[in-house]
Design a protein around this ligand. Structure first.
Ligand code: C2E
Ligand code: CA
Ligand code: CA
Length: 699
């Protein structure tokens, strides 16, 4: 590197201070971090370069000593450079040039030229500023800016910024904000609220802004913005932009969200959660919310009736015509009901085929009960016209349970439960009617519930007793067997008849355990009777569901030692109605044990002759209702005669139940009935009495 001293005649006061020594200048020049050099304006050769220049360009001092200022430029720049030197445009004013580094890379630089002297020769000082880096940085900044700009512009939420030190004028109002408010950004920016929005809106906005600025807190508000075609719901959140230097904030930023759709969706969700999708009626959730609200008012609970409506035979329609028809029926029912009801009535579909109607009445009216009854009747009348299902007219009825508040319940749960009981009672009565709730209905349910509980302890405490009713052969006049009839020796209620507890035992399932006891006890008791006398035991259809029924019969016979052919099992046709295959199989297995099977209560149900084909019964017991007025009713007699001929055709023993008079007995004998059983020939009696009875009769 050339080490000649720098000449102090370089004229710019910017670079040379007269107070500095020559050594200082040299040091400053060579060690200055900015690349610079001196060159000869005639030969264009480099005269002096600093360390930064060598480092920046990458040429060695030897290379540089042979090079001219043209050599560090691409060919394309040579002419301009020469012209610039001649015209002296390269001096005084910074210029942008392309330079070549030693590695061949073209770079962009700004040069600052100064005319000066070096070693008493004219020279030019050039200071180089790398433009590539600056440009890159500048590009980056501007890219970041435009990225931010387009981000803000395209944000899906509205953004605005107000300068609160300039009357709250808008300095930013993005496109989404424009779309939400319907105000063009160009018209908003630079203006304050009162120049853009209505007077009332502007006043509100300013109050909000003041609050935000003073409290320095976040403020959120939901506004409805009326636009030309539709109004939109907008949620706006405002807060200050914290200032960098800890001063009072100057700007307020607002974020704006269009929540119209969100609200519509919310409303839709609320609607679907509260309505039944099939009929569009309020659903159970809506019903309980409505009634809870309504009955929180004391007057309301004293002036409303609840009607609990159930579509008759709905399951039948669903099963036979199909679910689509079932749905159509429910929709038509809903429409009929809705069309009939007044605006003050409230209707909901509680589920399935159940509807609830809340009907207000005037408690001052002494006839309000009649009025409600009339209302219920009108509703049942709505069902008198056919419904159109699958193209064909169908007649479907309804049943209604009615409760009146407050006497039938002071809260909706009690009212609903009691309405359900009234409905249940109405159904038991006759279809297609309404019934008011009565206290006795609840008492019956409670009694039923109590009985169900007591049946469990009854079994443990041995409270059951078997009575036996003798059965006579009409051909031999001898006792052929005795039917075991169950009694419950209740600790407080006395002797309870089976009709009062067997249906309950069947509902709860405890009938299986009771039935097992009956069977064991009956077999044991029969052991002490003469061998030619059989014992008949009633089996509940429910018992057929238990897996071990066959084993139960077997072990009852084994434990007692009773011969199988002395046991007769009485079943009703219900056994053959349900789960037919399993039940028929079981009947055959029982019969294979050697026991005989009797069809009980013949004539009361479907009495399908098919049953006689399905299973070869040993005996048919005709229900006592046919015997009771055998003398007066020709049809009963006809049935009796039919059963007799059936019996002889199929070789089945026929037994008539409920024989109460001599006349009946004679008649049955004349008709050649096989056997009789009844109060006239022998009432049900205890084991001890029946033993005496048998002994007395035989003896
Ligand atoms: P069922 O099997 O038809 O029994 C005959 C019923 O008729 C008995 O009533 C009997 O007392 C009654 N009876 C007999 N002769 C006459 C008469 O001349 N006139 C009148 N009015 N009634 C007469 P009970 O004992 O009250 O039994 C009622 C029903 O309870 C039975 O009807 C039977 O279905 C059921 N049952 C009785 N014991 C059992 C049992 O151990 N298990 C099952 N599952 N059911 C039983
Ligand atoms: Ca029976
Ligand atoms: Ca019977």
């Amino acid at each position: 590197m050339t080490t000649a001293p720098l000449n102090s005649q370089i004229d710019s006061p910017l670079y040379f201070q007269p107070a500095l020594s020559e050594n200082d200048f040299r040091l400053l020049f060579t060690q200055h971090p900015i690349p610079m050099w001196l060159y000869d304006p005639i030969s264009l050769k480099f005269l002096l370069l600093n360390d930064a220049a060598f480092e920046f360009y990458g040429y060695t001092p030897e290379q540089m000593s042979r090079m001219t200022v043209l050599d560090i430029r691409p060919e394309s720049e040579h002419e301009r450079m020469i012209a610039a030197i001649h015209a002296e445009t390269d001096f005084g004013k910074p210029q942008i040039w392309k330079h070549l580094k030693a590695n061949g890379e073209t770079i962009e630089v700004i040069t600052y030229g100064r005319r000066t002297n070096f070693n008493d020769q004219p020279a030019i000082l050039a200071i180089i500023q790398d433009q590539t880096e600056i440009r890159k940085a500048r590009n980056e900044i501007s890219q970041t800016r435009s990225l931010l700009d387009s981000l803000i512009k395209n944000l899906p939420i509205g953004v605005f910024i107000k300068d609160m030190q300039d009357s709250g004028r808008y300095v930013l109002f993005n496109e989404t904000a424009s779309a939400i408010t319907g105000k063009e950004s160009a018209h908003v920016i630079g203006k304050a609220d009162h120049q853009v929005f209505s007077e009332e809106d502007a006043r509100n906005f300013i109050t909000q802004d003041q609050y935000v600025m003073e409290s320095d807190s976040v403020f959120t508000v939901e506004n409805e913005i009326p636009l030309r075609s539709h109004s939109r719901h907008v949620r706006v959140m405002k807060r200050t932009i914290p200032s960098q230097n800890g001063e009072k904030p100057r700007y307020l930023i607002g974020l704006m969200e269009d929540i119209t759709e969100e609200q519509a969706l919310q409303a839709h969700l609320t609607y679907t959660a509260m309505h039944d999708s099939l009929t569009n009626l309020p659903n159970r959730v809506y019903f309980s919310r409505h009634t809870t609200d309504l009955f929180s008012i004391k007057e309301a609970i004293q002036s409303h009736a609840l009607l609990f409506l159930d579509v008759d035979h709905f399951k039948h329609i669903n099963d036979s015509i199909g679910h689509a028809a079932g749905d159509a029926l429910l929709c038509q029912v809903a429409r009929r009901l809705s069309a009939f009801l007044k605006p003050q009535d409230f209707i909901a579909r509680l589920g399935g085929d159940e509807f609830a109607i809340i009907h207000p009445f005037d408690p001052e009216n002494p006839d309000h009960r009649q009025e409600i009854g009339h209302f219920a009747e009108e509703i049942t009348n709505l069902f008198s016209k056919p419904f159109h299902l699958d193209g064909s007219p169908e007649y479907v009825g309804c049943t209604i349970g009615v409760v009146i508040a407050p006497e039938d319940g002071e809260d909706i749960d009690t009212l609903l439960r009691n309405a359900d009981l009234a409905l249940y009672a109405a159904k038991a009565d006759r279809r297609g009617v309404y019934r008011f709730y009565e206290r006795s209905m609840r008492e019956a349910v409670e009694k039923r519930h109590r009985t169900a509980l007591e049946l469990h302890t009854a079994l443990q405490n041995n409270e059951f007793v078997l009575f036996y009713q003798p059965i006579f052969s009409l051909t031999t006049d001898l006792i052929t067997g005795c039917e075991a009839l169950l009694r419950w020796q209740h600790p407080t209620r006395g002797l309870v008849a089976p009709d009062d507890f067997i249906p309950i035992a069947e509902d709860t399932g405890i009938i299986s355990a009771i039935g097992a006891w009956v069977l064991r006890q009956a077999c044991q008791d029969a052991i002490s009777w003469p061998e030619k006398i059989k014992v008949s035991v009633n089996l509940s259809p429910v018992q057929f569901n238990s897996r071990n029924m066959l084993d139960m019969v077997k072990s009852a016979l084994e434990e007692s030692g009773l011969q199988a052919n002395r046991l007769e099992l009485e079943i009703t046709e219900t056994v053959l109605l349900s789960n037919t295959e399993h039940n028929t199989e079981l009947l055959f297995e029982l019969r294979n044990l050697g026991v005989s099977i009797a069809m009980d209560d013949f004539g009361t149900g479907y009495s399908s002759l098919n049953y006689l084909r399905t299973f070869p019964f040993d005996k048919i017991k005709i229900d006592r209702s046919f015997v009771s007025n055998i003398d007066n009713d020709k049809r009963n007699l006809a049935i009796i005669q039919a059963v007799v001929s059936l019996g002889s055709a199929f070789n089945i023993v026929t037994t008539a139940e409920g024989v109460e008079t001599q006349e009946q007995l004679t008649r049955l004998k004349d008709e050649q009935f096989g056997e009789v059983q009844g109060f006239f020939t022998g009432k049900p009696m205890s084991q001890r009495d029946v033993c005496d009875f048998i002994a007395g009769y035989d003896g």
